[in-house]
Design a protein around this ligand. Sequence first.
Ligand SMILES: NC(=O)c1ccc[n+]([C@@H]2O[C@H](COP(=O)([O-])OP(=O)(O)OC[C@H]3O[C@@H](n4cnc5c(N)ncnc54)[C@H](O)[C@@H]3O)[C@@H](O)[C@H]2O)c1
Length: 466
Amino acid sequence: MTQDKARKKAIRARVAVTGESYTRARRKIAGFPGKTPQPRRVAVFGAGYVGLVAGACFAELGHRVVLCDIQPDRIRLLQAGEVPIFEPGLGDLLAGNKERLSFTLEAQEAVRDAEVVYVCVDTPPTASGDADLSHLWAVIDALKEVRSDHLAALVMKSTVPVGTGERVRAVLHDAGLAHVGYAANPEFTAEGRAVSTFLHPDRVVIGAADDRTARLVTALHEGVDGPVEVMDIPSAEMVKLASNALLATKITFINEIATVCEATGADVETVAKGIGMDPRLGPHFLKAGLGYGGSCFPKDSRALRAMASNNGHPFQLLSAVIEVNELQPRRAIQRLKNELGTLKGRRICLLGMTFKAGTDDMREAPSTVVASRLLAEGADVHCWDPLARPAEVEPWTSTTRHANPAEAMAGADAVIVVTEWPQLNDVDWAAARVTMRNPLIFDGRNLLDPKRMRDTGFTYMSVGRP
Ligand SMILES: NC(=O)c1ccc[n+]([C@@H]2O[C@H](COP(=O)([O-])OP(=O)(O)OC[C@H]3O[C@@H](n4cnc5c(N)ncnc54)[C@H](O)[C@@H]3O)[C@@H](O)[C@H]2O)c1
């Protein structure tokens, strides 16, 4: 038995006995410091939610990482030791691995010594729903110009349509870079838990066309506490899109059940609990609310549908999911309108603006639809959010931002709970009620206790609960 195999066997035995994680057991057994035995030089293009976390985590694993971005402000902040996005644990990771991290605006500088290039640029939706790959091609163009003698692999972490890997490989081949291996290594992170999901993932999917590249990318993840699944490139690309579409479908399914619950007197929270106890179905993503949002589910569902259509298959199930999700926040506005008679001139308070709690990300947040609809109806919209950046909230919504929930609720004709911020459990609702013009709450996340809210004197509405 090789030394490596013997070490792995000993680690697994310790895991079985102690119940420790694989990483912890390995550290205990081998005195392994948590750093990879084979540090690589990695260039990461795109220092956003995905790239910055991946870069920081690779540095934590012992690799030398250069992060390259085209936004001067972002690079300046990072060089000054500041963190441009909110992600728990990210600041500590960046600070703790300073000596292995650098930041640049220059693609040339990033690639010069790199052995592996990671592409983590944004792939936003185009008008047709297809992913916009222009940022990705800009990175490939830079690679073609800046030859690196050391470059062994290009790894795609951005979410891309199936077939992108083959297109990139053809371009590399034509540019005389056929020796550069290619891998698809999609990201399954959940914002708000991105550092922990990178270091302790459910799975690391690596799509590669050759063993050398698959081994190299697998070795980069040495120290990560989760199973690695190696497959072909198109399948790896599809795993990402299909996973997000299935999660979006699950959320939409429970939202549809919630609507039927409202009509029939069942309680969707109780129903979801009962459904989730079946291990074939699981309890996750069964929370009724205002619909899914964020930078991934809406974009990736549309991209998968567009990709299917482009290949002659109308993906009807996904079309229904997308349509139901678009209606979900509008239903909330309609119910509020039914209750208030008109929204014109009403002061409405939104509690939460980000697409979910634990992040500062506003991309495709349900709050954006809710606020725009309210404004279109002539309402005066006020809001509170602990992390959303005002510049992303105010220009398009004209909402008035407040420092705390109590201030935002004062004088309101109705409050809508838009994001499930845990701080809302600590609000003094009785005190807030007396400051409101009309004590009406629409709980778009089923966060609050209906009985308690009604006992406090609120007219309380939520999603799918009697
Ligand atoms: N955010 C998530 O939770 C998440 C999860 C899984 C997958 N993804 C996918 O990962 C990719 C990145 O997502 P994100 O949320 O990090 O996006 P982001 O917008 O936060 O970050 C992308 C970064 O890339 C930079 N960039 C653009 N063109 C560049 C170039 N030519 N060179 C260097 N940098 C460049 C941008 O300035 C930006 O800072 C997308 O394809 C997304 O679908 C995102």
